[in-house]
Design a binder for this molecule. Structure first.
Ligand SMILES: [Zn+2]
Length: 171
């Protein structure tokens, strides 16, 4: 293949790719206007595993409201979902705000279903907190005291708290 032909084909490929990207953007824009999402992902993009024939469905009223609220936040330059400090290790991204909202939803559902009252849940929360704090302290006490002693002698940095592997499980 000649170089001229190679670069012609490369250009053609790039143009095709650009056109496909523009189509995807147009489709997403029109879906947004109609509050539609793809069935495979529940968003404006297909999952990698999807053959793109999954179809669309309309967002629920609450999802539409959330979407509109997010737009209001964007218009104000406000960031609705914060990010925790980057940890120096690669891994799954974590989102504390979503976790918190999931917990609040669960708590509301449990209270509404009459499984536990808010007071009983609060009491359980305190019990779990106490149990976990006690367990972590007990697992670290000796180590931290020893490290603190070394620190006072100027031979060790600030003590590091190590979480025992069984933390969070009741035995
Ligand atoms: Zn799909």
């Amino acid at each position: 293949m000649t170089n001229a032909r190679k670069s012609r084909e490369k250009r053609k490929l790039e143009e095709t790719k650009k056109a496909e990207e523009q189509i995807a953007i147009d489709v997403a824009a029109s879906m947004m206007e109609q509050y539609l999402v793809f069935n495979c992902s529940g968003t404006l993009g297909h999952l990698h595993s999807c053959d793109t024939n999954c179809g669309t469905s309309k967002m629920t009223d609450t999802e539409i409201e959330l979407y509109e609220e997010k737009k209001r936040w964007d218009a104000l330059g406000m960031e609705a979902v914060g990010k925790p400090h980057q940890m120096p290790v690669p891994g799954i991204p974590v989102d504390i705000f979503h976790v918190e909202m999931s917990l609040l939803t669960l708590i509301d559902a449990i209270v509404e279903a009459g499984v536990l009252s808010k007071e009983e849940l609060d009491a359980k929360f305190s019990e779990n907190m106490l149990e976990r704090l006690t367990r972590i302290r007990e697992a670290n006490e000796e180590n931290v005291k020893a490290q603190r002693a070394r620190m006072q002698l100027g031979v060790s940095p600030t003590p590091e708290i190590i979480l025992p592997p069984n933390v969070g499980r009741k035995h």
